[in-house]
Design a protein around this ligand. Structure first.
Ligand SMILES: *[C@@H]1O[C@H](CO)[C@@H](O)[C@H](O)[C@H]1NC(C)=O
Ligand SMILES: *[C@@H]1O[C@H](CO)[C@@H](O)[C@H](O)[C@H]1NC(C)=O
Ligand SMILES: *[C@@H]1O[C@H](CO)[C@@H](O)[C@H](O)[C@H]1NC(C)=O
Ligand SMILES: *[C@@H]1O[C@H](CO)[C@@H](O)[C@H](O)[C@H]1NC(C)=O
Ligand SMILES: *[C@@H]1O[C@H](CO)[C@@H](O)[C@H](O)[C@H]1NC(C)=O
Length: 438
């Protein structure tokens, strides 16, 4: 239907359009689609950091693909997701690329940038005037990015001391202490066999992610893993993902900026003030980003590790000219269904979205991220990570207090000396006070 040029692609088109009638019927029932925000995780990659005793810790085990990089499977996953999105949004954006209709932003990481490009190859195969090289059914589509350290929206790596502090506090609550106690044996076992010190849920999550990737790649896992993999690991990994936005404060500081941007852009669209007047926004990001967006929306239920190319869609439809928001999550090959937005349902008025999430949208993120120094207490600070900014702040606070104490003591000492001096002068030398003190 829309991929006429290549016979190879007609097959795919045919497959996709088996679904077309249902999709269209569903969309019609729920209103006219006018704007969508799409956020996906990158595709299949190699392990980011194989554990020290990993038998697959060699480049040859991964066809020479470097650590943490997108594999050919990952490229295909996104090419196919791009085709699926093209079908879903064929009435929203033109098949011909137009910068005024769509904006694509990726985190500044090779695998997300490549995923975005592979996805767009599926979404925007060149047609008509856009064909620029007969033998290449591909055209360059711009993908925007921001250095990670400055990216508070998507990578959410911009420094936020108040968030780091609140996260550390959360990880020291009774609930988390109990979990660490419960999984102590697993931590010890994993530390012993992996050759890497594991003492937290996040540590388990990282080993699990590596083993999961290796099993996806049909690699035989070492014998020692048999008693623990997967076992409790999927649960622990899911718990670890859910921690990042597990309180209103954490959610507000971590995922608040992106939710705020999306909701405000929806509103600007309804007010006809969006310039350019785009209809589709695509974000290429990570498992944590996808988990955090679902979590702040109250839709990360049950918690889980978002798989490769997992995709969240926030869509706005007009019903009787009023804007409604729906959230879809595609993490399998099945067609996604609208999720049940807490206290609102599968289709929620835009105004109601602002009311529901008001407390989670930061108005001045930068200043909210500043750490109120005097709230610091020593037991709350985990000294194990000496590089953390919290430790640095503690050192500064401690130094300041110490300096203050020294000054106070010095002042007290001088005052005492002077008093004694006065007394001595008064007592013994009477009339010579003035000359002595000047
Ligand atoms: C898509 O863009 C082309 C070229 O600008 C235009 O001729 C066509 O009408 C557009 N189609 C739709 C559905 O907007
Ligand atoms: C793993 O094996 C399955 C079943 O044989 C196969 O379908 C799949 O393509 C293999 N995956 C990889 C990455 O080799
Ligand atoms: C929405 O519009 C306001 C007012 O024009 C603008 O300041 C703001 O940046 C816009 N927000 C987004 C996300 O487009
Ligand atoms: C913006 O686009 C929408 C459709 O997405 C359209 O209804 C609206 O009239 C456009 N507004 C302007 C100012 O062009
Ligand atoms: C997909 O998401 C649903 C709903 O959030 C979840 O129950 C399920 O475990 C997830 N499956 C995968 C493979 O991620």
């Amino acid at each position: 239907m829309f991929l006429k040029q290549s016979t190879g692609l007609i097959v795919i088109t045919g497959l996709l359009c088996n679904l077309c009638p249902q999709v269209e019927a569903a969309v019609e029932k729920t209103g006219k689609l006018v704007f969508a925000h799409v956020m996906f995780r990158h595709g299949d990659r190699t392990p980011i950091d194989p554990y020290p005793n990993d038998p697959y810790r060699t480049p040859t085990a991964w066809d020479g693909v470097d650590w943490g990089q997108l594999t050919n499977d990952g490229k295909r996953q996104h090419y196919e997701l791009g085709q699926w999105l093209r079908n879903r949004y064929r009435n929203l954006v033109n098949e011909t690329y137009d910068r005024n209709e769509v904006y694509i932003r990726s985190t500044d990481v090779e695998r997300t940038l490549q995923s975005a490009l592979a996805n767009l190859a599926g979404f925007y195969p060149p047609k008509g005037h856009d064909v620029w090289l007969e033998e290449l059914p591909w055209q360059p589509i711009p993908v925007h990015t921001v250095p990670e350290k400055m990216d508070l929206l998507l990578a959410s790596k911009k420094a936020c001391p108040a968030y780091e502090y609140a996260l550390k506090k959360k990880r020291h609550t009774d609930e988390y202490r109990e979990l660490n106690k419960k999984f102590k044996n697993l931590y010890d076992y994993l530390s012993k066999y992996s050759g890497k010190k594991i003492n937290s849920l996040e540590g388990v999550q990282m080993i699990y992610s590596c083993l999961l990737i290796e099993s996806i790649h049909n690699k035989t896992l070492p014998k020692w893993t048999q008693s623990v993999y997967p076992g409790d690991m999927p649960w622990i990994s899911a718990k670890s993902f859910s921690t990042y936005c597990s309180t209103p404060e954490l959610a507000r500081l971590k995922a608040g900026p992106i939710l705020r941007e999306i909701l405000h852009r929806f509103r600007n669209k309804t007010e006809d003030s969006l310039k350019p007047n785009r209809s589709l926004w695509i974000y290429s990001a990570h498992d944590t980003t996808v988990a955090n967006l679902l979590n702040i929306l109250g839709l990360f239920d049950p918690p889980h590790s978002p798989p490769f190319a997992a995709c969240v869609m926030m869509e706005m439809r007009l019903i009787d000219n009023q804007p409604y928001i729906s959230v879809y999550y595609k993490n399998t090959t099945a067609e996604p269904e609208a999720m049940n937005i807490p206290n609102c349902g599968p289709s929620c008025p835009l105004d109601k979205m602002f009311t529901l999430y008001e407390d989670l949208l930061p108005t001045d993120w930068e200043s909210e991220c500043k750490l109120p120094l005097m709230t610091m207490s020593y037991e709350e600070v985990d000294n194990s990570s000496s590089s953390s900014s919290i430790v640095a702040v503690t050192v500064i606070v401690t130094s300041c207090l110490a300096l203050l104490l020294v000054l106070l003591l010095a002042y007290a000492g001088i005052t005492y000396q002077r008093r004694r001096h006065y007394q001595e002068l008064y007592t013994y030398h009477g009339s010579t006070i003035r000359t002595q003190l000047i």
